[in-house]
Design a protein around this ligand. Structure first.
Ligand code: Z5A
Length: 207
């Protein structure tokens, strides 16, 4: 059995990850590729409970270390019960956020040590890394405006604009550090143009 490909979608608030994930799923299915769609934090029953704890804006103040460890606890469950089994049976996995989000939010946004994140990444993931990461990038205000229009904001979405600027910079750094894996897509253009750029990148994986 040929192992499936692991594709992640990344970017700040409201850049269009969820919208484009469904578009990519349809595109792959049209090419007869078995695919599952999942998300982080989340993707299993336990990991979804951890997600609810992490996004709850009314919880007690969550320490930075607790936040980081909860992200990786959810990820460990997700990898073991969803991602690895799917890849092994030949299915492709499309995941709404993965560890680049940890480098961006906990590393960039919260200023946590990159070496600590790397250590947890190696512990929890072993050799598992995405085959392709689509980084949807747009000025922070555009994404925040889209998120605001959607209504209720979660614990992360209540952060200050400077936090999201740091997140964006950290994401762009990930693209610089891993140019072979992380492909930058301009997300502040009409959806049809965003999707054309996505197809150009995905097509290469299909060859
Ligand atoms: N987090 C973390 O800190 N560390 C980690 O390791 C991980 C996550 C994995 C939950 O993520 C939070 O967890 C997240 C980071 C943290 N914090 N926040 N915030 P999430 O993925 O669930 O949350 P999100 O970023 O807020 O996702 P989102 O708001 O759902 O955004 P999106 O999926 O990128 O956008 P969308 O729903 O597809 O689109 C938003 C709207 O814009 C929608 O109405 C679309 O129709 C519209 N849209 C999309 N594209 C376009 C274009 N091109 N033009 C015009 N309108 C558009």
């Amino acid at each position: 059995m040929i192992r499936g490909k692991f594709i992640t979608l990344e970017g700040g608030e409201g850049v269009g990850k969820t919208t484009n994930l469904l578009f990519i799923k349809d595109y792959l299915e049209q090419h007869h590729i078995p695919v599952i769609v999942t998300r982080e934090p989340g993707g299993t029953r336990l990991a979804e409970k951890i997600r609810a704890l992490l996004l709850d804006k009314d919880s007690e103040a969550i320490s930075e270390h607790a936040e980081l460890l909860l992200m990786f606890a959810a990820r460990a469950q997700h990898i073991k019960h969803v991602i690895e089994p799917a890849l092994t049976r030949g299915s492709w996995v499309l995941c709404d956020r993965f560890t680049d989000a940890t480098y961006a939010y906990q590393g960039g946004g919260r200023n946590m040590k990159i070496s600590t994140i790397e250590c947890l990444e190696n512990l929890v993931q072993g050799n598992l890394r995405p085959d392709l990461t689509l980084l949807l990038d747009a000025p922070v205000e555009i994404g925040m405006e889209r998120a605001r229009e959607r209504g209720m904001l979660d614990r992360f979405e209540l952060e200050k604009i400077s936090f999201f600027e740091q997140v964006r910079r950290a994401y762009l750094l990930q693209a610089e550090l891993h140019p072979e894996r992380v492909k930058l897509i301009k997300a502040n253009q009409p959806l049809s143009d965003v999707q054309r750029a996505i197809v150009d990148v995905i097509r290469v994986l299909l060859r």
